[in-house]
Design a binder for this molecule. Structure first.
Ligand code: SF4
Length: 328
C-alpha cells in the first residue's frame, strides 16, 4: 500500500473500499517518519476490504519528516500550529486538502488515528491559547471535514477496533454502507423494494421504526430527496442502533410469532424454550435463528423475503463474521 495524497478516484467493483489513516496501515508517514501499524487494520480489515491509506498531513504537502503540530484555539474552530515554532501555521493547507478529499473519497468506511490533530475524531489534545494547558476536547481538522461532508459514513478511531464487538460493529456497518451505495448507484423502483424487503428484519433488529421508515420511503420511488431520506433512515439505524443481544432476542420473538402456524407442537415447545434463554445465550440465539430460517425456507411467509439478510446472511457477511470471530 502507498500513502494516498489524491484519494478516492476510480473505485473498483469487488470488495468494499475502506479509507484508513495511512500510519495505521503501516506507512511511515508520521511527523518523525514512523508508523503506527495497527493489527486490526492490517489483519481483518485488510483481508475483508480494499484499504485506501490516507495521510492528510503528507497529502497537504507538509512532508515527511516534518515539524509536529497541535490544535490551538476554540474546539469548534482550532488552528494547527507548530509545537516548537508557533509561527508555523498549517491550518489552511490542511483544511483545503481535507475538504477536497472528504468530498470525493469513494469509500464505505474510514478508520482514523486517535489523538491526531489531523485525524483524531474526538478527545484530541487542544490548547485554548498557545500557552494554556492541553485538554482532551478537540477534533482533528481532517476528521471534522469528514464529519461535515460524509455524515452517514461509518467512521471510527482505531481504538474502537480493539474489541471483537467494536470490530464486528464497524465491519457490519461498512458492508451495510456498501450495499446501500450499490442501491443508490442504480435506484430503480424494483431495486428499492427488494432492498427494503431484504433488510426488513436485519434493520428491525436495530430499530423497528427505522425499518418501517425505510420500507415506506422505498415505496415512494427514486426521487433524489426520497433517496436522501432513505439513506439517513438506513444509516441512522446502522450507526446509532447496534444489534445487541436484547434487540436480537426481541426480533426472534417476532419472527417466532410469524412462524408459529407452520410449526408442530414439539417444535413450538423447543423453540419457545430456546427463546426463553435467548437474551443471555448466544448459542440459543444462533440455534433459534437457524430453526426459523429452515422453517421459513420450507414455509415461505409474505413478510419474510427469500433473501432476508438476518436469516440468510450473504457471503460477505458470513466471511466477515468468521474473520472477526477468528480475530477475537
Ligand atoms: S495520524 Fe493522520 S496525519 Fe498523522 S501520520 Fe497518521 S495519517 Fe498522517
Amino acid at each position: 500500500m502507498r500513502a494516498v495524497t489524491r484519494a478516492g478516484e476510480g473505485a473498483k467493483p469487488g470488495r468494499p473500499r475502506v479509507a484508513v489513516s495511512a500510519c495505521l496501515a503501516g506507512e511511515p508517514v508520521r511527523y518523525d517518519g514512523t508508523d503506527r501499524a495497527h493489527p486490526a487494520v492490517r489483519g481483518v480489515l485488510a483481508r475483508l476490504f480494499e484499504l485506501v491509506p490516507v495521510c492528510p498531513e503528507a497529502g497537504a504537502g507538509l512532508g515527511v519528516p516534518r515539524p509536529p503540530v497541535e490544535l490551538v484555539g476554540p474546539p469548534h474552530a482550532p488552528r494547527a500550529l507548530g509545537v516548537a515554532d508557533r509561527a508555523l501555521d498549517v491550518t489552511e493547507a490542511l483544511r483545503a486538502w481535507s475538504e477536497a478529499t472528504a468530498a470525493r473519497l469513494e469509500v464505505a468506511g474510514h478508520v482514523l488515528k486517535a489523538r491526531s490533530p489531523s485525524c483524531g475524531l474526538a478527545r484530541v489534545p487542544i490548547r485554548r491559547t498557545p500557552r494554556a494547558g492541553l485538554r482532551p476536547a478537540g477534533t482533528g481538522l481532517y476528521a471534522a471535514a469528514l464529519r461535515r461532508r460524509r455524515r452517514w459514513l461509518p467512521v471510527v478511531e482505531e481504538t474502537a477496533l480493539e474489541t471483537a464487538e467494536g470490530l464486528g460493529a464497524f465491519v457490519e456497518a461498512v458492508l451495510a454502507r456498501a450495499r446501500l451505495d450499490a442501491l443508490l448507484a442504480a435506484p430503480a423502483p424494483e431495486a428499492l423494494a427488494a432492498f427494503a424487503a431484504r433488510h426488513r428484519w436485519w434493520l428491525a433488529m436495530r430499530s423497528p421504526a427505522r425499518a418501517r421508515e425505510v420500507e415506506a420511503l422505498a415505496r415512494r420511488g427514486p426521487a433524489p430527496a426520497t433517496l436522501r431520506q432513505l439513506e439517513a433512515a438506513f444509516m441512522r439505524a446502522v450507526l446509532v442502533r447496534r444489534a445487541t443481544p436484547t434487540r436480537e432476542a426481541r426480533l426472534l420473538r417476532r419472527l417466532l410469532a410469524l412462524a408459529k402456524p407452520a410449526l408442530g407442537p414439539d417444535e413450538r415447545r423447543r423453540l419457545a424454550a430456546l427463546l426463553a434463554g435467548a437474551e443471555a445465550d448466544a448459542a440459543a440465539r444462533a440455534e433459534l435463528r437457524a430453526a426459523l430460517a429452515a422453517c421459513f425456507a420450507a414455509h415461505p411467509h409474505p413478510r419474510v423475503a427469500p433473501d432476508d439478510l438476518y436469516l440468510w446472511p450473504d457471503a460477505a457477511m458470513r466471511e466477515a463474521a468468521r474473520r472477526v470471530a477468528e480475530a477475537g
